[in-house]
Design a protein around this ligand. Sequence first.
Ligand code: NAI
Ligand code: MG
Length: 394
Amino acid sequence: MPGRKIVTMPGDGIGKVVLPEAVRVLDAVGFEAEYVHADIGWEFWVKEGNPLPQRTLDLLTEHRLGLFGAITSKPKTEADRELSRELKDKGHVYYSPIVGLRQHFNLDICLRPCRTFKGNPLNFVRKAADGGTEEPVVDVAIFRQNTEGLYAGVEWTDPPPEVRKALETHPKMAAFKDVPGPDLAVSTRIFTRGACRRIVEAAFEYARKKGYRSVTVCEKPNVIRETSGMMLETARTVQKDYPDIELWNTNIDAQMMWLTKNPEDYGAIVSGNMFGDIVSDGFAGLVGGLGFACSGNIGETCAIFEPTHGSAPKYENLDPPIVNPMAMILSACMMLDHVGETDKAARIRGAIAAVIEEGKVRTYDMMKLPGGPDVIKQGAATTTQVTDAVIANL
Ligand code: NAI
Ligand code: MG
């Protein structure tokens, strides 16, 4: 659709390197859009005391679709130290702008597809029974609840008396009754039925569209009965509308073991916020790691697509840049799928597959080299060369 506007937020470090590469690929595939730059990240914390300025929120409210690179976050003491002098001691508090975006727009569904590309030297391999090696094809989509659970931020050290009193209404709290307040930390794990339902339904819909055999709820309902239990119970209800798709139930700990044993068996996986974070990194490690891990943060009114990796400050100033643009380009493909441009997304993924299978143009991570300026001399491709190769294969 001509006239579509996409808010681009390169952010910090290598976010500034990889995001323009994705836009080059989108242009080359013939996606008609206008890109509107938006400010986000450390620079705006330092200069304005806010890493997520209101003008960026306004642009996203208007255009509803964003591409995000990466941001740098630093611990509280460093954040305070780097804040510009005239803003100091004015009550500014640093919050991660990506968490801020997820909360502001209620981007409650985090989708992280993890797919093997044939010929990627970073693919998971395992020993076969006959002593040879096997390279299973992984094609998994993790649906991570993005706004609740252990990352919702409802937590205390030394909880206020009324909280402590409320907690003590639970018989199991008796075990902690003599712990002095300053020695007691509590992080809550809040699930709501509505959010469980949205993420589970999204997973089943995706499974149907992709022809997956199963949706797995990966939680720990045998121990965390209330929250994990709610997710599983919701999935059992939703599954009734999808009789063609099996519902599996795994515990997060066992799942982390099984993903190196039989990753090819899984389709869509649904988890709460923290377990989704863990299991998605686990699967990403089987298909190429941070250089390939793409993601989407999807809400009802807005969606933002981003690579999973951060700003990798060690590499931000290398000229030419050496980081892998694939995760960002694959995130742009997810955006295309989201807006119904599935043919263009498929063409880009096909071009990526061709580049990887040919194996001539590879960033340092694919060559298993330690990163640094020397990798180019050692035969690694630059970021730009990888993008050029993808474009040439479209
Ligand atoms: P990171 O993901 O930035 O980098 C870790 C390492 O992974 C890098 O040193 C590099 O070896 C490798 N790597 C990352 N992206 C790569 C790519 N595209 N190609 C090749 N190799 C790549 O994580 P780190 O070092 O823990 O954090 C750096 C900064 O990024 C911190 O300030 C952190 O808070 C922030 N961060 C931001 C995220 C976001 O914007 N969504 C996510 C994770 C971290
Ligand atoms: Mg993570």
